[in-house]
Design a binder for this molecule. Structure first.
Ligand code: SAH
Length: 257
């Protein structure tokens, strides 16, 4: 029996990945230390092993371990990688703050789904205080999910902002307000009207949902209120389903791989 595992087409898909600063990637050699060195050792890389260095902004290079000691690993850049895993759709998911670590989960999963930006906002029924100090944690979650799913760019993380600030954001995106109280049109109807949109904003409520007043304000601000079907989804499920459907309708899910 031969090897039935399918070899990745570009040979770099299965290589260990390391995130480095954009200016570092411009050099012919990159030094990895600290947590990066720890990761390199955990992956059992040695002198001569191949890896991928990414700057999180779209540039990815293939490198090889040229030297390795207790304090650092020197990586020699071999070539540029032209694998692009970023969606053609500019997708922003605005998620109302959620309890516990649910927001971390939404950030991780929507990063895998290829969102361009995540904005956290507060609304009438959000519970508790969401401090800006949580942004460092959100960025860390996004960065590790981006690394795992081999995205070449990191999603931007914004907020926390208020519901009114969210509605007032100037954007040329098709703006979708997912409202569980909405019995009217679904996403397919909005897609028929705006099938060529390059940019979409999807707004998802908190555990307690949106009030009728908030939905009216969103409509008055020009957002499309849309349904995600007859069942009420949990907020974190709704974020994932909305992201998936937007990538399917306007982005790169459902295309040939
Ligand atoms: N607590 C509310 C449900 C909130 S669901 C209730 O029991 O009625 C949390 C968020 O997920 C909602 O604010 C909405 O943005 C989204 N959502 C969940 N199910 C949805 C549906 N069927 N249609 C549109 N949006 C939905």
């Amino acid at each position: 029996m031969g090897d039935v595992g399918s070899a990745p087409t570009d040979g770099a898909v299965s290589l260990p990945r390391f995130l480095v600063a954009p200016e570092e990637l411009k050099a012919a050699r990159v030094v990895l230390a600290g947590a990066q060195l720890h990761h390199l050792r955990a992956r059992r890389l040695r002198v001569g092993s191949a890896l991928v260095l990414a700057d999180g902004m779209g540039t990815q290079r293939r490198g090889v371990v040229a030297a390795l000691d207790r304090h650092q690993a020197v990586i020699e850049i071999v070539d540029e990688l032209s694998v692009h895993r970023d969606s053609t759709l500019q997708l922003t998911i605005a998620q109302a703050a959620l309890k516990g670590d649910k927001l971390d989960w939404v950030i991780e999963k929507t990063t895998e789904l290829g969102v361009t930006e995540l904005v956290i906002f507060t609304s009438e029924r959000t519970v508790g205080r969401v401090g800006v100090e949580r942004r460092t944690r959100w960025s860390r979650v996004a960065s590790s999910a981006a690394q795992q799913c081999q995205r070449s760019t990191l999603p931007a993380i914004g907020g926390p902002i208020s519901f009114d600030e969210l509605l007032a954001r100037s954007t040329d995106a098709v703006r979708l307000f997912f409202w569980e109280g909405h019995a009217g049109s679904g996403l397919a109807a909005v897609h028929r009207q705006h099938s060529r949109a390059a940019s979409v904003l999807a707004v998802i409520g908190p555990e307690g949902g949106f009030s009728t007043g908030e939905a009216r304000r969103a409509e008055a601000a020009g957002l499309h209120t849309v349904s995600l079907g007859p069942r009420i989804l949990r907020a974190e499920t709704a974020a994932l389903v909305a992201g998936t459907l937007c990538q399917f309708l306007w982005g790169d899910l459902g295309e040939d791989g």
